[in-house]
Write a protein that binds this ligand. Structure first.
Ligand code: URA
Length: 228
């Protein structure tokens, strides 16, 4: 990770303070003064600040049951941020791996490990996301087949990847995606002449919701390892 991030993760300093100290020559990496905040440091590097060795805190991984009318960014906008629900130090360092819309509820995974969240998001990892979808009209018979073949969404150059549709009853389905384009579920149903009236994410990979709405817990080591 970058040296400024390493300093932030191993002290109570802000990014601005960390960069200033680095530029002032207070940081030594493997015996050499390092004045560039973009220098990459690794676990086995010895980093000192004013001669004191630093050890980065380990990454954090958690799940939350996102309530209706909340947003996944770190700051409140029209709706409050889900990060208000986290009673945790340095919550602003965290981000959601695969955001949900304000009117979508359900499972979100939260971390400060960018590489881990990329594994959840990038389609080539084929990490399944399962959505329970309420529809304004009864589901047409040919939609499961269309979603399996891929549909053309407006503004996209490629068809959607094969997606599995299971009918719960005529106005409710489960949809399994391996990608997460902007508003993808809503746009897919719009492309087949239907409209999403409720949307809830039930599962990401093998992880399902087991906390009440608005609550969160840390992931176990074996849950974290699913996306390493
Ligand atoms: N697809 C959507 O349209 N919205 C979400 O929140 C998630 C997936």
């Amino acid at each position: 990770m970058r040296l400024d991030k390493f300093v932030c993760k191993s002290t109570e300093l802000t990014k601005v303070q960390a960069i200033q100290l680095i530029r002032d020559g207070a940081l030594v990496v493997n015996g050499a003064v390092t004045i560039s905040e973009t220098t990459q440091v690794h676990e086995n590097n010895i980093v000192t600040l004013h001669g004191r060795p630093l050890t980065a805190r380990s990454f954090r991984y958690l799940l939350m049951y996102k309530p209706l009318n909340t947003i996944c960014s770190n700051v409140d906008e029209f709706y409050p941020s889900i990060f208000n629900l986290l009673s945790i130090d340095n919550g602003s360092e965290l981000h959601v791996a695969g955001r949900l819309d304000a009117d979508t509820t359900g499972l979100v995974l939260i971390t400060d490990d960018g590489r881990w969240s990329f594994n959840i998001i990038r389609p080539s990892r084929q990490c399944e996301k399962v959505y329970r979808v309420g529809l304004s009209r009864p589901i047409a018979k040919d939609v499961a087949d269309k979603f399996l073949q891929g549909v053309q969404l407006q503004g996209e150059s490629q068809l959607t990847l094969p997606a599995k549709l299971e009918v719960v009853h005529e106005n409710e389905v489960l949809l399994t995606l391996q990608e997460g384009k902007f508003h993808q579920v809503k746009r897919m149903f719009s492309a087949v002449g239907n409209r999403v009236v409720s949307l809830h994410r039930e599962r990401i990979g093998n992880i399902t919701l087991d906390v009440p709405v608005g609550e969160w817990r840390y992931l176990s080591a074996s849950e974290v390892s699913l996306f390493v």
